[in-house]
Design a protein around this ligand. Structure first.
Ligand code: SAH
Length: 212
């Protein structure tokens, strides 16, 4: 299978809805096949989420593009990602910003993602195992925060880690389906925009869902 051709075909599809050319350009270079299990490599460029280890999923390419676009990255930002998972979204963030702090609950996923990013020679990133506090307060403030797991509400801990005029993109709703919310932290208070429905695995933590 010609992965390069499949990748470009997918980008062509995404370009009908995604306007940010930088996002599409980066996604047309990052090899998603390296982030999925060998048994699903043939499906790496279908516009669908795929199972990874530890019962988690690599997000659908359209959702990755939509969330990344909403972060409005220009190149100089410090970005926090909550939920490293496969590391695919992480790699895209690294290509579009200055520094990425990524946090994951599962050591096994973190190590795998670290290895793939090293293979791709991506170096502007630090990996952390999730602590008691949501996100990574030690690295705050962030210009942009992306959460790739569904939360019951917009967590105050995360807006606290955002710089003024920073963007937070997070799925908010039930354990099984959510609305993708973009929150911009204005001096006067938060501004929220609903980007549409989505389905993510649950965000686990004291201010999110229980680990079941
Ligand atoms: N962006 C990833 C999505 C992975 S699924 C990708 O496309 O591959 C979401 C991830 O969030 C899972 O790996 C899960 O373990 C992780 N997660 C859930 N709750 C978390 C928390 N409180 N802190 C950090 N990671 C969390």
């Amino acid at each position: 299978m010609d992965m390069e051709a499949a990748r470009l075909r997918l980008m062509q599809q995404l370009s009908y809805e995604i306007r940010d050319k930088r996002v599409l350009e980066v996604m047309s270079r990052v090899p998603r096949e390296l982030f999925v299990p060998p048994s699903s490599q043939h499906a790496a460029y279908e516009n669908i989420p795929l199972p990874i280890e530890m019962g988690q999923t690599i997000s659908q390419p359209f959702i990755v593009a939509l969330m990344t676009e909403a972060l409005e990255l220009k190149g100089g930002e410090k970005v926090l990602e909550v939920g490293t998972g496969s590391g695919y979204q992480t790699a895209i963030l690294c290509e579009l910003s200055k520094w990425v702090v990524t946090v994951e609950r599962h050591q096994r996923l973190l190590e795998k993602a670290r290895n793939v990013l090293a293979l791709l020679e991506i170096k502007n990133v630090e990996f952390h195992i999730a602590g008691k506090a949501l996100g990574w307060p030690e690295g705050a403030p962030y210009d942009a925060i992306i959460v790739t797991a569904g939360a019951p509400r917009v967590p105050r801990e995360l807006t606290d880690q955002l710089a003024v005029d920073g963007r937070l993109v997070i799925p908010v709703g039930s354990r099984f389906e959510q609305e993708l919310m973009k929150v911009v932290k204005r001096k006067e208070g938060p501004e929220s925009i609903n980007l549409g429905g989505c389905r993510f695995v649950p965000l686990i933590g004291d201010s999110a869902w229980d680990d079941e």
